[in-house]
Design a protein around this ligand. Structure first.
Ligand code: FAD
Ligand code: SF4
Length: 465
């Protein structure tokens, strides 16, 4: 008689975290990560489903049960190799991907309990590989074809790593002094340590990709000039231009776009001023306007800079907040207050033109429209003043217009994004695009998925030439 199968736990192995009391005062990573024992326990929960619905939920198609099986057998190097076949940034994705809406939302175990913690296992494997030394996969022989990639965010880095493995020569042009895009300048250290992004970007360079930083395309070269030196071009320039509300008083002092605020804190490390060169000026009453991940990140940075009162002002209710549920909970645990159904209509300054209050109005939700979205409508006469000394606008970002302005014949949408077909091909022969520049603000993994599709199409194009 065979031994009875061990009972599968309905509960996932929890992620060890810094307590809210500790983490309010530091920029260290909040989630500490699984140890080997945790990883083995969690991997044992995977049912190894034949159909593997989890794979369908992954925009880059990682072979999830295959790598989890390797973890279960303590073959961590093997697991890393299996993940890397589809995903060149696993330590990043294991930390910031909204798995609860993607692979984990499709997991069979989710029907009877908590789904397998795919993201935590991916993170464990990626961290194990980084600590034990990256394995560089074999590349195809050189094809003699050259590709220029504009932007070293998740979309650009994915295109670069896929194409270099196929034998093409790849050069990435990045406007900033460091690669990573939003991973480096936007997402804070306590959610995604910069050493992780640096290591994954370094791995891509070790594959043979040339990275040119401080290289702003549209100024250094135009796309037309790049096409004279390269056989194909990929545009992955993201959506880095901040949006403002267009209300009176937005040009007062101490009003930041979330982009500027997060770049100062993350990329320029202003939380370490004066050891770091860039300062940041925040008071004791900060209001962050917006309800997405960017708003949560800005508010949580403000807490760690020592601000006493941090409020998130959002015009809809908690259920409609676009931020990840986990990030909203983290923000609440750290003492951030939420003003739901509230919209700013005017910013008021003191005699030195520093912001001192926001005139707000209460909102109510209309009945859902055909898409189920509920518009926020102002409640007449409900105006009130909120005392503040710093305001951070986190209400959305659009593409920087420089590529559009300097590229004749490139078709763009009214909002500024580049128009592409299902393979990422633009209106110009040999020019492809993907990531936030095409979709508007989305996710790391959707930008990587677009990068993978474009790399496949570029490879097909170059194989015909
Ligand atoms: P980007 O990451 O924006 O990279 C574009 C790169 O192109 C940048 O490095 C930029 O400097 C460079 N560039 C721009 N113009 C030029 C030019 N003309 N020449 C050369 N280089 C140029 N997503 C998640 O999945 N999970 C999260 O938790 C999450 N949190 C977020 C938090 C914040 C604060 C922000 C802002 C975004 C967050 N996102 C999150 C969204 C996610 O980061 C983006 O969807 C993703 O980074 C888009 O990738 P990308 O490669 O298209 O663009
Ligand atoms: Fe494992 Fe869940 Fe994928 Fe099934 S659906 S293979 S249980 S991760």
């Amino acid at each position: 008689m065979s031994a009875p199968k061990p009972k599968i736990s309905k509960e996932a192995v929890p992620m060890p975290k810094q307590t809210p009391e500790e983490r309010r005062y530091n920029f260290k990573e909040v989630a500490i990560g699984y140890n080997q024992e945790n990883a083995l326990l969690e991997a044992q929960r995977c049912l190894q489903c034949r159909e593997a619905p989890c794979i369908k939920g992954c925009p880059v198609g990682v072979h999830i049960p295959v790598f989890i099986k390797s973890v279960k057998e303590s073959k961590f190097e093997e697991a890393a190799k299996q993940i890397k076949e589809q995903n060149s940034l696993p330590a990043v994705c294991g930390r910031v991907c909204p798995q609860e809406e993607q692979c984990q939302s499709k997991c069979t175990l989710g029907k009877i309990g908590e789904p397998v913690s795919i993201g935590r296992l991916e993170r464990y494997v990626a961290d194990w590989e980084r600590e034990h030394g990256f394995v560089i996969p074999e590349k195809r022989p050189p094809t003699g074809k050259k590709v220029a990639v504009i932007g070293a965010g998740p979309a650009g880095l994915t295109v670069a790593s896929d194409l270099i493995k196929l034998g093409h020569e790849v050069t990435v042009f990045e406007a900033l002094h460091k690669p990573g895009g939003v991973l480096t300048y936007g997402i804070p250290e306590f959610r995604l340590p910069k050493k992780i992004v640096e290591a994954e970007a370094e791995y891509i360079q070790k594959l043979g990709v040339t990275l040119k930083t401080d290289a702003l395309i549209g100024r250094l070269y135009t796309i037309e000039e790049l096409l004279q030196q390269f056989n194909a071009v990929f545009i992955g320039t993201g959506a880095g231009l901040p949006t403002f509300l267009g209300i009176p008083g937005e040009n007062l002092c101490r009003i930041y776009s979330a982009n500027e605020f997060l770049i100062r804190v993350n990329l320029m490390r202003s939380y370490d001023f004066p050891r770091a060169a860039t300062p940041i000026c925040v008071g004791q009453k900060v209001a962050v306007i917006g309800g997405g991940n960017v708003a949560m990140d800005a508010a949580r940075c403000a807490v760690r800079l020592g601000v006493k009162e941090v409020k998130i002002v959002y015009r809809r209710s908690r259920e409609q907040m676009p931020a990840r549920a986990e990030e909203i909970e983290n923000a609440e645990e750290e003492g951030i207050e939420f003003e739901f159904l509230t919209s700013p209509i005017r910013l008021i300054g003191d005699e030195r033109r520093n912001v001192k209050a926001i005139e707000c109005i209460r909102m109510q939700l209309a009945e859902p429209d055909k898409k189920g979205r509920r518009a926020a409508i102002p409640v007449e006469g409900s105006n009130f003043l909120m005392d503040v000394d710093t305001v951070i606008m986190a209400i959305g970002r659009t593409p920087n217009p420089i590529i559009k302005q300097t590229t004749e014949g490139l078709v763009t949408a009214e909002w500024g994004g580049i128009v592409v077909d299902e393979n990422g091909k633009t209106s110009i022969e040999g020019v492809y695009a993907g990531g936030d520049i095409v979709t508007g603000e989305a996710t790391v993994i959707s930008a990587m998925g677009a990068g993978r599709r474009a790399a496949k199409a570029i490879h097909e194009l170059l194989s015909k030439k």
